[in-house]
Design a protein around this ligand. Structure first.
Ligand code: FAD
Ligand code: UDP
Length: 373
């Protein structure tokens, strides 16, 4: 078999590149994925109770990029959805990101008033500050707040999720969940926030339904390598695996997902409840809040238990953003640069903590380079 492009991985990165190359360049593309389905980690399916669940953890679409939004809108209609998250702190469920509303759930009116006033005076109403930045503040009352939020919201969760403290990771990791000097109770603040109306898998089916695209599922790249001839390869799996761990493994963090079905309409009040300080899991998500199934009389939730990544045993869900890993990544990037017909992209291929929209943006950018030749 001969194709123009062989793309390894049918997630957002692989599907976007396949669609663009097949449609715009009129080239023959074969997409292979070792899983038995397309969609990568965004794959969704109906469980045995008829609840639409995300097999690899909750996926909520949000972006600031009109380009990405417009592109994906060719393959799906949307349902507006503003994700809401709470964290259990000292037995109370507080809004997350930590905001002025969270202050009021935890502290006396007098203390909350004082901290609100100081936060606004210091940063301005509407500001978003990372916890590591807030910890640098000198004012004693804001120091108290920073230490409190660090200890009760970030430290335990981060230790569970990564096996590391917040300051041992790139500051960009904890900055994903800023402290909000406002009463905004949405988890994300992006312009576009929505869920694909018929789910992610339906979106992927439309993306890949082109006469120039063939999709081969349940096939590892290693198995097809000798069978298929191709001009160019786009690899969206783990870069270190591609090179046979030549420079040692790039660290990843994995998760175990535990699904539970309950014979009652709702399990919790919001989409996700985080448990920074108790239990072995980090968060519980109830899918019905995210999807279009509020009418169901029963519900399914998922618990996320972080664990070490072991190749062959579990999945490399998260690259670990920290300096020493960048050094190893640079060695692999050097290897990649030597290969003129192989391109790497995606959360695993670039070893970058991309959200879905960032994976699509990266793929669209790479497509432009491919199209220029
Ligand atoms: P992937 O989706 O990982 O796809 C890569 C594919 O390559 C996989 O299907 C894999 O099977 C295949 N593959 C790898 N190696 C090989 C090989 N050797 N041979 C054949 N196939 C191979 N993003 C958001 O925007 N919002 C969210 O709410 C959100 N929640 C998330 C929650 C969790 C728990 C996780 C883990 C991620 C979340 N993300 C979220 C991020 C999102 O999953 C990624 O941005 C997106 O899936 C990246 O797409 P990708 O195509 O680069 O990688
Ligand atoms: N985080 C935290 N406590 C929380 C939520 C997030 O400490 O209650 C930190 C933690 O380090 C986490 C990071 O912020 O890994 C990013 O959180 P996000 O919800 O964006 O993680 P993801 O959805 O990608 O797993």
């Amino acid at each position: 078999m001969k194709v123009d492009y062989l793309i390894v991985g049918a997630g957002f990165t692989g599907a976007t590149l396949a669609e663009r190359i097949a449609r715009e360049l009129d080239k023959k593309v074969l997409v292979v994925d070792r899983r038995l389905h397309m969609g990568g980690n965004a794959y969704d399916e109906y469980d045995e109770h008829g609840v639409l669940v995300h097999r690899y953890g909750p996926h909520i679409f949000h972006t600031q990029s009109k380009k990405v939004w417009d592109y994906l809108s060719r393959f799906t209609e949307w349902r507006p959805y503003y994700h809401r998250v709470r964290a259990v702190v000292e037995g109370k469920e507080i809004p997350l990101p930590f905001s002025l509303a969270s202050l009021r759930r935890l502290f006396s009116e007098r203390l909350a008033d004082l901290l609100e006033e100081k936060l606004i005076a210091h940063f301005g109403y509407g500001a978003r500050i990372s916890i590591l930045k807030l910890k640098e503040v000198q004012d004693p009352d804001l120091r108290f707040l920073a230490d409190y939020v660090y200890k009760n919201v970030f430290e335990g969760y981060t230790l569970k999720q990564w096996g590391l403290k917040p300051e041992e990771l790139s500051p960009s990791v904890t900055a994903r969940v800023p402290i909000l000097v406002s009463y905004d109770e949405r988890y994300f603040q992006d312009t576009y926030q929505a869920m694909p109306k018929e789910g992610y898998t339906a979106l992927f089916r439309r993306m890949l339904a082109h006469p120039n695209i063939r999709v081969l599922l349940g096939a590892d790249w290693k198995e097809v390598e000798g069978e298929v001839r191709f001009d160019r390869l786009i690899f969206t799996g783990p870069m270190d695996e591609f090179f046979g761990y030549l420079h040692g493994p790039l660290p990843y963090r994995s998760l175990r997902f535990a699904f539970e079905h309950h014979q009652r309409p709702w399990f919790q009040e919001v989409g996700t409840v985080n448990y920074p300080n108790d239990h072995g899991f980090t968060r519980i998500t109830e899918f019905k809040h995210l999807t279009h199934q509020a009418y169901l009389p029963h519900t399914t939730v998922v618990y996320e238990y972080p664990e070490a990544y072991e190749p062959g045993k579990n999945e490399p869900y998260y690259p670990v953003p920290r300096e020493e890993n960048e050094e190893r990544l640079a060695l692999y990037q050097k290897e990649a640069a030597k290969l003129k017909t192989v391109l790497f992209a995606g959360r695993l291929g670039d070893y970058r903590y991309y959200n879905m929209d960032q994976a699509v943006a990266r793929a669209l950018k790479l497509f432009e380079e491919v199209a220029r030749g």
